[in-house]
Design a binder for this molecule. Sequence first.
Ligand code: ADP
Ligand code: TRP
Length: 336
Amino acid sequence: MGKNRILSGIQPTGNLHLGNYLGAIRNWVNLQEEYDSFLFLADLHAITVPHDPAKLAENTYEAAATYIACGIDPQKSTVFVQSHISAHSELAWLFNCITPLNWLERMIQFKEKAVKQGENVTVGLLDYPVLQAADILLYEPDRVPVGEDQKQHVELTRDIANRLNFQYGSEENPIIKVPEPLIQAAGARVMSLADGTKKMSKSDPSEMSRIDLVDPPEVIQRKIKRCKTDPVRGLEFDNAERPECNNLLTLYTLLSGQTKEAVATECADMGWGQFKPLLTETMVEALKPIQDKFHGLMSDRTYLESILQQGREKAEAIALMTLEKTKTALGYSKPL
Ligand code: ADP
Ligand code: TRP
């Protein structure tokens, strides 16, 4: 029996931040020991919001370097770029033709993003989860590790797979494997530094709301110094009236590697003036090895490109097999 497989990806739409690391990449680093891992850069998804063509390729390389800097090992995981494998777009088209429109109109992320884009909402934004279903199902993974916000998209993926199997396959002979989401509880949601009830996000217009993984120490210090807190003395987890307090303590817990109980005791009597420098120092220290490795990788483009090329070859071989069997099930003939 081979290892079970996982697949996940992030859109390279800007610098990756602490939420991406603690909610996603850090989990993949652990999972790659146990699973056959496929981790990619979702650069086709990146153009579903207005984008700058001059930055797309660079952002994609930077995100790939970030994966590796965070501990994704190209010897253990297959790392590749979505747009390098055209099977993603092709399978998305086939899925478009079996996905009811109202399944997409229901997606929370679409509704949220559509509000922001007003009249410029594209078909691509609506269709985003179908492309995501193609990304996933092409590799027939057992599990899809994502943050909580992506759970609905993985559920839609399961619905699309089941529909394909039901309409064009049979119960004994399903066409495609139906994956399960894998949601990691601790740190599953890192909140904005400006508002503890909103998630930290690349798309927040304020840079002060997030810590980018490449932020230098002085920037981290400034962001923590200015981040939103409350006037209560003494720090505690899980008080719904104090979302910022819970978020900052959670960040400290995750970055210092301590248990929640230990942090609750350590910080119970602290004021913000004492806690903020502690959090800053812990964050700077936790990010330093990642940043050193990131800068090293970005200055050796040939090495980075060779990793992505190897990843592409391995991933594409699998993707083409899945595409082929789906096309056959839908009734296409092979070209001579
Ligand atoms: P963003 O919202 O910043 O654009 P993405 O939607 O590209 O980030 O998310 C990439 C991955 O990182 C997903 O698996 C997502 O669940 C995770 N992620 C993003 N933001 C956070 C966050 N604030 N907390 C935890 N995980 C997050
Ligand atoms: N939509 C995901 C996000 O914003 C990125 C993504 C695209 C993805 N395709 C995927 C995640 C396939 C998991 C599996 O984070």
